[in-house]
Design a protein around this ligand. Structure first.
Ligand SMILES: Nc1ncnc2c1ncn2[C@@H]1O[C@H](COP(=O)(O)OP(=O)(O)OP(=O)(O)O)[C@@H](O)[C@H]1O
Length: 241
């Protein structure tokens, strides 16, 4: 379980995350939605202890990330799919992480299989396509068999087959009782993947609901999302006329 308590982050005079209080529960995929710049990545970075909140706290299974004794075994994250040495093979990258986190080496082959990179595991990661990098990032997240998973825009760069694969994977991981928190700015994709939704705009909580709950009373889910976030968008084109 992930718990955010009045989580707040300012950059200069600007509030990126504004007193965000949310509980993300195990057993379902929870989508984390908001327009560009609404604070999703900043929130995820604070959950992972990569950014310090100015106020409030983010707890994973009741403790802060820094207090976890075996972090990779508790929480797996995909933040930046390019975060590996390009000259190293996918397998070597995973093996180094496993060794430094006291994870059995046999787990490397298992996660390569789960993400469909068994055949490409010995290639240099720098030669991977964007979709293969995303898959390697997912393999890193799964390496410690964690109960909590945090993924920032995991479908970025994936083709339709890859998008379906990640959707099924996330739903399967949640069905095993894990907490799965996945950010996106694509409401249509989230509607197919997530059961619960946390929607933010300009760093503030706009809705914490189910997919059906968000759509209720609107022509479409997209319409509901736009209405909810229209007052909380930093950038908007005017179109041509
Ligand atoms: N290191 C930083 N320094 C200054 N401002 C930052 C920094 N990181 C984020 N911000 C600002 O904080 C706000 C929230 O950004 P964040 O990246 O968390 O949003 P996001 O919802 O993940 O956006 P996107 O969907 O575009 O990835 C934005 O206004 C952004 O410009």
């Amino acid at each position: 379980m992930i718990e955010l308590r009045e989580l707040t982050k300012r950059y200069g005079g600007r509030v990126a995350v504004d007193a965000l209080s949310v509980q993300v529960r195990p057993g379902v995929v929870t989508g984390f939605l908001g327009p560009n710049g609404s604070g999703k990545s900043t929130t995820m970075r604070m959950i992972l202890g990569l950014d310090a909140p100015d106020h409030g706290e983010a707890l994973i299974d009741g403790v802060r990330y820094a207090q976890l004794t075996r972090p990779l075994r508790t929480v797996g994250a995909l933040l930046d799919a390019g975060a590996f040495h390009p000259g190293r093979s996918g397998r070597a990258h995973l093996a180094a992480l496993a060794a430094s986190n006291d994870i059995p080496a046999a787990r490397v082959g298992e996660v390569l299989r789960v993400v469909g990179l068994s055949g490409a595991g010995d290639r240099r990661a720098g030669t991977y396509s964007l979709g293969m990098r995303q898959r390697l990032g997912v393999a890193v997240a799964l390496l410690g068999d964690p109960g909590v998973l945090l993924l920032d825009e995991p479908v970025n760069g994936l083709d339709p087959e890859g998008i379906r694969w990640i959707r099924d994977l996330l739903r399967g991981l949640a069905a095993e009782g894990r907490t799965v928190f996945v950010s996106s700015h694509l409401i249509a994709e989230m509607a197919l993947t997530a059961e619960r939704l946390v929607v933010i705009g300009q760093g503030r909580l706009l809705a914490e609901t189910t997919v059906a709950g968000l759509a209720a009373g609107h022509d479409s889910l997209e319409d509901a999302f736009f209405r909810l976030t229209s007052q909380a968008t930093d950038y908007r084109g005017t179109g041509v006329s």
